[in-house]
Design a protein around this ligand. Structure first.
Ligand code: PBG
Length: 329
């Protein structure tokens, strides 16, 4: 680059109006997706200890939360189901049952809010299996990719029937997007979109989520989620998902994987989302609660960084607070 002798970069930082005027990245409430938990058999909402401010919800409290989200300009919530322990089984059948907790919540919210709020459903078996894995197991206890695919297809159709606008396969089975697209089309749900968890890493940052959904998992998910040391395979995962019919691709977690996000965002033909996961949220909240950092400022800075790296949509448990802060700024 040539030199610019009269250039003074500080000139454009002199006051808030100038800084706002030249900002390259702008967060907006409609960029944000709020992940929520609906639990079966709860008498009242229950706060998740490792995620202060995040609750397992009843249908009633979830409906109120959805109203709050709409009021601050959020367009989409992502719903995870937490069944009663006695409703879990080896194949996660409560995920497909129209009376399962997630499908009941979808039906209730779609009836209540119509197209005012986009309903995304988590399309994965882990909350519903008694072993806690994202798929069914073979005779040796290994996750069986191809035996899992038809269950994902049935789950997606059940979610579409219940009222989901978007299904989101998060189990990292090979071929999951293609079978879901075909099943949705065959069942008359050509308009239901697929948010593909394309580059999902076997991450320790998911820790608090396991408490949030009452996970039964022992062991880990390293045979299906990506190795944190790898970038290149995320490109192949994303290309496969797009070729199978993904309407969005996603990177997860977000902040430790901004290089992955940037790489995919540079060439993706579809919108690219990033998921600020439970551990990212918990760390910032914990440091904030201790007075070690300004938690709200760190959260907004993280979200701006995720957007700057190329995210079109950001999943964050902080969505409502962020949307409020953005309105005030
Ligand atoms: C699995 C799933 C997980 C998360 C979203 N979907 C957990 C996992 O893979 O173990 C993590 C979300 C978070 O940590 O916020 N269906």
């Amino acid at each position: 680059m040539s030199s610019f002798p009269t250039r003074r970069p500080r000139r454009l930082r002199a006051n808030p109006a100038l800084r706002e005027f030249v900002a390259e990245t702008r967060l907006h409430a409609s960029d944000l997706i709020l992940p929520v938990f609906i639990a079966d058999g709860l008498a009242a909402p229950r706060e998740i200890a490792s995620m202060p401010g995040v609750y397992q919800h009843t249908l009633e409290s979830l409906t109120q939360l959805a109203e709050e989200a709409i009021a601050v300009g959020i367009k989409c919530i992502d719903i995870f189901g937490v069944p009663r322990p006695e409703d879990k089984d080896a194949t996660g059948s409560a995920a497909i049952d129209p009376e399962g907790i997630l499908n009941r919540a979808l039906a209730h919210l779609r009836e209540r809010f119509g197209d005012q709020l986009l309903l995304m459903a988590d399309t994965c078996l882990d909350e519903f299996t008694d072993h806690g894995h994202c798929g069914v197991l073979d005779g040796q206890g290994r996750v069986d990719n191809d035996a899992t695919l038809p269950l994902y297809a049935q789950m997606a159709v059940a979610q579409a029937r219940a009222g989901a606008h978007i299904v989101s396969p998060s189990g990292m089975m090979d071929g999951q997007v293609g079978v879901i697209r075909d099943a949705l089309d065959d069942a008359g749900f050509a308009d239901v979109a697929i948010m593909a968890y394309s580059a999902k890493y076997a991450s320790a940052f998911f820790g608090p989520f396991r408490e949030a959904v009452g996970s039964s998992l022992e062991g880990d998910r390293r045979t299906y989620q990506q190795d944190p040391r790898n970038l290149r395979e995320s490109v192949m995962e994303a290309e496969l998902d797009v070729s199978e019919g993904a309407d969005f691709i996603m990177v997860k977690p977000a902040l430790p994987y901004l290089d992955v996000l940037k790489t995919l965002a540079e060439s993706s033909p579809v919108p690219v989302a990033a998921y600020q996961v439970s551990g990212e949220y918990a760390m910032i909240k914990a440091a904030g609660a201790n007075g070690w950092v300004d938690g709200d400022a760190v959260m907004l800075e993280s979200l701006a960084s995720i957007k700057r790296a190329g995210a079109d949509q950001i999943f964050t448990y902080y969505a409502i607070e962020a949307a409020r802060a953005l309105r005030e700024s």
